[in-house]
Design a protein around this ligand. Structure first.
Ligand code: HEC
Length: 442
């Protein structure tokens, strides 16, 4: 489509409005104050959609892969972030198999799913207010369309994370030779706390990881075989003997990219859950306040106070964010892990560095994922735009832990020098820290 043509643009807008109309559901996050489906999104894909509609952006089409490469470039999702999943566990399941795995790419606030031959590219963007927002990009040569399509996506993307929010998912399942999950076997949600041996069922995995076993790269002939366990194919450098890798932008499914993806999805979901909880609490508090005001003038002059119960809900939401930020429960590596691609380098190179050259994006990969275990997503719009009272609690709690005064065993994985490094990196690289963090320490 020519986005400069007013008639075509009108048709495009109409299609988008219709699509938006169809997403108005009655999910738990459509009620006030979240109003998910009714709220215009402002994630990176929404911005891309706007640029397309205004004719400010022309994407390049490539035979075989359509607009994939061009979209990834615009969304700053590196090709080396590619992970390949062959379980029939998602939207375009009929096209997914061990010979035609689905490729997933990600940047800091976008996720992209592509299957060879697929008519649509699946996208999700991270919106500071709404959490995950879902889109389909229709791969027509002449008339490509990008539409928000939450309704058909939330079916899975609001349940698999275990939290009732629009969410990102990574799963691990036992599959047969066609990629179909075997009934009667375990299904795992994967995040940075998942033990290595439970990860990547239904995924390809390339890169080195020593003696650590995982469930990737294998299919099973029967339920009995899957239940017996013991099949393991790891430390692969390439996948050319499994399927035609030339159809993909990269022949890899890098173990380090997968591990970062798993942390990132957990972090984004935790931020969204805390955001929704805080807004609901503040909404309830202000309704209670209004009710009081209409009953008595004296009370209306009283300082607005949250009830103890509401305060506790805010504290719990803050605590969950601090746990995810500081990698509480992260599974330990028992052997070093290394990329089969340039992912680790590309990822770390994007980090803001302090005067000693340190960044929250520096990877460790010997005993844990990151050298300085405080998530790089602390420096992201969805974190910075958390509701004020929640953000204040998060910063206060974070300071308690990394400031060194905390003796809660939950944070025992952080040594005194870890805490000091995180503190110093944040103070030099993170905007918007509370002024109290910068006051001289007693
Ligand atoms: C049948 C369930 C299901 C439906 C419906 C579904 N997805 Fe997913 N999606 C998944 C699963 C499961 C994953 C994780 C990869 C895997 O295990 O296949 C995933 C992963 C993704 C990812 C990669 C980021 C992430 O969350 O891991 C994107 C992007 C995505 N889906 C977009 C969409 C869009 C857009 C729609 C709607 C058009 C959609 N999905 C519908 C199940 C689903």
């Amino acid at each position: 489509m020519d986005y400069r043509n007013p008639l075509q643009l009108a048709a495009f807008c109409l299609a988008s409005v219709t699509a938006l109309g169809s997403v108005r559901g009655d999910s738990p996050f459509d009620a006030a104050p979240i109003r998910y489906a009714m709220t215009e999104a402002s994630d990176p894909i929404a911005r891309l959609k706007l640029r397309l509609e205004r004719g400010e952006l022309a994407l390049e089409y490539e035979p075989g892969r359509g607009y994939l490469r061009s979209l990834l470039r615009e969304l700053k999702a590196p090709v080396s972030s590619q992970g390949l999943v062959f379980s029939k566990t998602s939207f375009q399941r009929s096209r997914i198999s061990p010979r035609t795995p689905r490729a997933i790419y990600f940047g800091d606030d976008v996720y992209v799913g592509w299957v060879p031959g697929g008519e649509v590219i699946e996208l999700s963007g991270v919106d500071p207010n709404l959490g995950a927002v879902f889109y389909q990009f229709e791969q027509r040569v002449q008339d490509p369309r990008l539409r928000r399509t939450d309704e058909s996506c939330l079916l899975c993307h609001s349940s698999f994370s275990g939290k009732r929010i629009p969410s990102h998912v990574v799963r691990s399942v036992f599959v047969d030779r066609s990629g179909t999950p075997l009934t009667g076997t375990a299904r795992y949600r994967t995040d940075h706390a998942s033990p290595f041996e439970q990860r990547w069922g239904g995924w390809y995995v390339t890169g080195q990881h020593g003696d650590q076993r995982h469930l990737g790269n294998v299919t099973f002939d029967s339920l009995a075989e899957a239940q017996r366990g013991g099949r393991f194919q790891g430390n692969l450098e390439e996948l050319g003997d499994r399927f035609d890798t030339s159809r993909y932008l990269s022949p890899h499914s890098d173990v380090v990219a997968l591990m970062v993806l798993e942390h990132q999805t957990l972090m984004h979901n935790t931020i969204t859950a805390a955001n929704f909880e805080a807004r609901r609490v503040l909404h309830a508090a202000s309704r209670a306040d209004n009710a009081k005001q209409s009953n008595s003038t004296k009370e209306s002059e009283a300082k607005r106070a949250l009830s103890l119960d509401l305060q506790k809900r805010l504290d719990d939401a803050a605590e969950s964010v601090v746990h995810a930020l500081l990698f509480v429960g992260e599974s330990k590596l028992t052997d070093p892990v290394s990329s089969s691609t340039e992912f680790a380098k590309v990822f770390a190179a994007r980090g803001k560095r302090d005067s000693s050259g340190r960044s929250l994006r520096d990877l460790d990969l010997r005993t844990r994922l990151f050298k300085h275990p405080c998530s790089y997503l602390i420096d992201s719009p969805s974190f910075d735009q958390l509701p004020g009272p929640l953000l204040a609690r998060i910063y206060a709690r974070l300071w308690q832990v990394i400031g060194g005064g905390e003796d809660d065993t939950t944070f025992d994985h952080l040594t005194a020098s870890d805490r000091q490094a995180i503190r110093e990196i944040l103070l030099e690289t993170k905007a918007g820290l509370p002024a109290s963090w910068r006051q001289p320490r007693r």
